[in-house]
Design a protein around this ligand. Structure first.
Ligand code: IYR
Length: 203
């Protein structure tokens, strides 16, 4: 057990969010398996209140990029606070999001705030944010295991994703996750993780 958890810690510690993607293709079957792994997450009353939209179509990726950059431009030029912009400086981000076209896949995650059955009857879902957050954790882990990289991108506001992907009224965008291989010589920010002492209290 000790060995297995040490090895797991070592492996998952190397997971990094990445913004510089290669355009190298990733087979659809790999993305299918990754999405099914995400679907194995626990959820409130086992409602599985998630939808994963896998986008590889270049025209759709372009539409998403254009709409995201429009919102992000507004974000970086007035909507985001000075403190927020300062906090983001180490990451060197700006409104340009070329990865939304370059990455071979965009997985757009939606949360289902309620459910409509085949009869058109509305049913409640529970702990939707927690459930979908957990599923995204499983998704990121499966991506890392595949030797691929991802970014948990949150263009803000992101209602345009529901519109572009023609999602039903019970779904709200949750995360936009480009998936692929890293660009050659891709760089990541020099940031550190908190220590065990900083993230745990023992009783
Ligand atoms: N949505 C913007 C800003 C941004 C916000 C946070 I919090 C980040 O961790 C990174 C970026 C963007 O994607 O650039």
């Amino acid at each position: 057990m000790l060995k297995v958890t040490q090895e797991y810690l070592e492996k998952i510690s190397h997971r990094r969010s990445l913004r510089e993607f290669s355009d190298k293709e990733v087979p659809r079957e790999v993305i299918e398996n990754i999405i099914q792994a995400a679907g194995a997450a626990p959820s409130g009353a086992n409602k599985q209140p998630w939808m994963f939209c896998a986008v590889s179509n270049p025209e759709m990726k372009k539409k998403i990029r254009v709409a995201a950059e429009k919102e992000e431009y507004e974000g970086y030029h007035g909507r985001m606070s000075e403190e927020w912009l300062e906090d983001l400086k180490p990451f060197g981000t700006d409104w340009n999001k070329p990865f939304l076209e370059k990455a071979p896949w965009l997985i757009v995650v939606f949360k289902q705030v309620y459910e409509i059955d085949e009869m058109g009857v509305r049913h409640n879902n529970y702990y939707v944010n927690e459930s979908v957050g957990l599923a995204c954790g499983f998704l990121l882990h499966a991506i890392h295991e595949a030797g691929l990289v991802a970014l948990t991108h949150t263009p803000s506001p992101m209602n345009f994703l529901a519109k572009e992907l023609e999602r039903p009224a019970n779904e709200r965008p949750f995360l936009l996750i480009p998936v692929g291989y890293p660009e050659k010589d891709a760089l990541v920010p020099n940031i550190e993780r908190k220590s065990l002492r900083q993230i745990s209290q023992w009783y």
